[in-house]
Design a protein around this ligand. Structure first.
Ligand code: ZN
Length: 266
């Protein structure tokens, strides 16, 4: 049952917060050593090997005050993070182990803020997190879970061609059930037939970079029949975002975030 409160206005009221940051000029979202030059990290600058903050970081707070972070790659000390109050996670969900989605050093900071936090991700993410001394729970595509009181499903995320996001890795996207609405963060994936089986109110698709593009993101909107579409993995390409929102199926609302502020429509 779609929830009437799941609208762009509802998002703007703060159920969902998406943190946006610029990529580096090359558009490269691999792990970049920005040691000492970043202004996103602690006062001392970013530790070595930390990714240049990108736009895959989506955070949710339920009406009951449960904070769910998907792929948090922004530091707890970042201005937008602090301003939003979305600093202390109850549940952290990781889609896959690429550096623009998964940063163990940053996760350690978040984990240190809440000893009860649950960190979950696909097998390689769980293994890498454990190697860094964090407790981690494994999720598998096609399975449903309740963690920290939040119901969600892990769904497949992959590209069937090429070897950047192979199906064999069991990487995932997440469909979260929050306050009667259904929120789908796709992670890095092409449109997949499984998407047509999902019940989705709000879609957060990969739009640009990492194998994603406008046509595929349109297909995802079509398959999921989401009523509201908020592209998140956009590389900050505002022209592409606007073009995308303008081409969404009839009756589907589009919105995107610029510096943490929701902008509705193309
Ligand atoms: Zn990726």
């Amino acid at each position: 049952m779609p929830n009437a409160s799941v609208t762009a206005e509802g998002l703007a009221k703060g159920l969902v917060l998406h943190l946006t940051f610029d990529r580096d000029e090359t558009g490269d979202n691999k792990v970049t050593d920005t040691s000492g030059q970043g202004n996103h990290g602690k006062a001392s600058g970013l530790p070595k090997g930390v990714v240049h903050l990108s736009d895959d970081d989506v955070r949710f707070r339920t009406a009951g005050g449960v904070n769910v972070f998907v792929d948090p790659v922004s530091w707890p000390t970042d201005e937008l993070v602090v301003k939003s109050g979305m600093v202390k996670p109850d549940l952290i969900l990781i889609t896959h182990s690429h550096g623009d989605h998964f940063q163990p050093t940053i996760l350690q900071e978040y984990v240190s803020l809440n000893s009860n936090v649950i960190l979950a991700g696909p097998p390689d993410v769980a293994r890498l997190a454990r190697e860094k001394g964090m407790k981690a729970t494994e999720v598998k595509p096609g399975q449903s879970y309740t963690m920290a009181g939040v119901k969600f499903s892990a769904v497949p995320a992959c590209f069937l061609e090429g070897d950047s996001h192979p199906k064999a890795n069991q990487w995932v996207g997440y469909v979260l059930q929050l306050d009667g609405g259904s929120y789908y963060v796709t992670g890095d994936t092409q449109p997949l037939p499984e998407m047509a089986e999902l019940k989705v109110d709000v879609l957060f698709p990969l739009l640009y970079g990492c194998g994603g593009n406008l046509e595929q993101a349109l297909k995802m909107a079509e398959l999921t029949k989401a009523r509201l579409v908020v592209p998140v993995h956009t590389g900050g390409q505002e022209e592409v975002i606007k073009k995308y929102l303008a081409q969404l199926p009839k009756g589907v609302q589009g919105a995107y975030y610029r510096n943490g502020k929701l902008i509705v429509g193309p």
